[in-house]
Write a protein that binds this ligand. Structure first.
Ligand code: ZN
Length: 479
């Protein structure tokens, strides 16, 4: 793990993955399809295919198990996407959740003013500049439109990134509401009910996984930046004076998670936010950044923030409800502070694929040079835990193989692949490419010795074991 600021990128020549290869493999094998594909797509929307939904569910299940089920100080919540509009006034999103944008009067294209100033004019701290300051810089440089080249950019103005919709059949008389831009507020708004019903004592946390929506105009880089994203968030409530220690403890938990999902140590670093970069609610924030291949470079993966009592205080003032915690031991009431570790499901998915992708130079059955593409996914995350392959499409073999396949699906409580077409080498490659950790081959000897061959994805080593032992053999290795 790289822990210093402005660290230069490590040598990544040994890295097989590029974004283009991951996008192509994702579509080819059914991990991720472009959204609304037959209509030409809709920018920054994607659909998770049959293998993608399995990988995504495995990520979410592992997260829930790690941070909710295995901890006594955590409970879960699944709040709604639609919330009272006043929630977003109290949270600050109505005023602060904005991007500075400029439009081109000629071609009607729209751009992030801070990105334009950063990329075209080389200004480094553009993100901290006001729309007026950005406008002044664009005017001074007489910047052309990056799309059509005409010098017809408007002034920069703030654009709220929340999606708005309407409750009620007629938009003129209905109530405007927002699709939530983050899942966190659902936890703060239910904090009083959680306290009243769950017998929780400080420190305790609430975990939640759910969709959030952001009206982004920035190019997405595949599923890195999407309009509809899924978050895994924790709000951890502590005594105010215990905030800094809890922050450190969660930093360690997040490091452990990054290792658990198998991300490469030298592809992840932690970057502390400077004072001027801190959000309006935070006393301390840091980002876990991941080294994406190519021009993307270091980009935000996860975040950890000390939100102090900002959210509970804002909701207490806006709602008029007393949200203070009654501390029996000290016989006092106060607003707890909140430590917030936040994880994106989609970014986890993308980085797990990037780090799992590998290519091996080998030779094919005719002795010609060949490339083996494989995903070295952790068996916990792999869409299929194993695949059953009858050596030939003969009834005596497929009967045994089908029966083993059904046993494994039930015993492993996870999807298992089954493939009886093409030569065995090709079938191994198909499974390698989707990250299946083990292939189980039923051959003619199986009929006599009641044993099968198990092939390891990473080493391609093969082992012969009794067919009755296959479930326990796999169970031990996929945990
Ligand atoms: Zn233009």
């Amino acid at each position: 793990m790289i822990d210093v600021q402005n660290q230069t990128a490590p040598n990544t020549k040994d890295r097989a993955a590029t974004m283009d290869k991951i996008v192509a493999l994702s579509k080819r094998r059914g991990f991720v399809f472009p959204g609304s594909d037959i209509y030409g797509g809709l920018a920054n929307t994607w659909d998770y295919g049959p293998l993608g939904v399995e990988l995504k569910n495995n990520i979410k299940r592992l997260w829930w198990r790690t941070f909710v089920h295995l901890r006594r100080d955590m409970v879960g919540l699944d709040a709604g996407i639609l919330m009272h509009p006043r929630v977003w006034e109290a949270s600050g999103h109505v005023v602060n959740f904005t991007d500075p944008l400029v439009d081109c009067k000629t071609c009607k294209a729209r751009f992030r003013a801070d990105h334009l100033v950063e990329e075209r004019l080389g200004v480094v701290d553009a993100a901290e500049k006001s729309p007026d300051e950005l406008t002044a810089l664009i005017r001074a440089a007489n910047s052309p439109c990056p799309n059509c080249g005409n010098r017809t950019l408007t002034d920069a103005r703030r654009f709220n990134m929340m999606f708005q919709t309407t409750i009620g059949p007629v938009s003129e008389t209905g109530t405007p509401v927002y699709l939530r831009p983050e899942t966190a507020q659902g936890i703060f708004v239910q904090y009083k009910n959680l306290l009243a019903t769950q017998r929780v004592k400080l420190p305790f946390g609430v975990g939640q996984i759910g969709k959030a929506f952001r009206n982004e105009i920035t190019p997405g880089n595949f599923i890195f930046r999407v309009l509809e994203l899924e978050q895994m968030e924790i709000e951890y409530f502590v005594k105010p004076e215990e905030g800094p220690a809890a922050f450190e403890a969660w930093l360690a938990e997040m490091h452990a998670w990054v290792a658990l999902i198998g991300l490469r140590d030298d592809h992840v670093r932690v970057r502390e936010h400077g004072k001027e970069e801190l959000s309006h609610y935070s006393s301390r924030t840091l980002d876990f950044e991941y080294l994406f291949p190519g021009t993307m470079g270091w980009r935000e993966l996860y975040g950890l923030a000390n939100r102090t009592d900002f959210d509970l205080r804002s909701h207490q003032e806006a709602s008029g409800e007393d949200l203070r915690y009654f501390d029996q031991a000290a016989n006092t009431r106060y607003l707890p502070h909140v430590i917030e570790p936040t994880f994106g499901v989609d970014r986890t998915f993308l980085t797990v694929l990037l780090d799992a992708y590998d290519e091996e130079e080998t030779v094919d059955v005719n002795g010609k040079p060949d490339t083996r593409v494989l995903l070295r996914l952790s068996p916990r995350l792999a869409p299929f835990k194993a695949a059953v392959l009858p050596l030939a499409k003969k009834p005596e073999l497929t009967t045994v193989a089908t029966s083993l396949f059904e046993t494994l699906q039930a015993e492993l409580d996870a999807p298992v692949g089954y493939d009886e077409t093409a030569n065995i080498g090709k079938r191994y490659r198909r499974q390698d490419e989707i990250g299946t950790p083990f292939c189980v081959t039923v051959d003619f000897d199986t009929l006599a010795d009641q044993a099968v061959t198990i092939r390891d994805r990473d080493t391609t080593a093969q082992e012969r074991i009794p067919i009755a032992d296959v479930p326990s053999y796999l169970r031990e290795r996929i945990r």
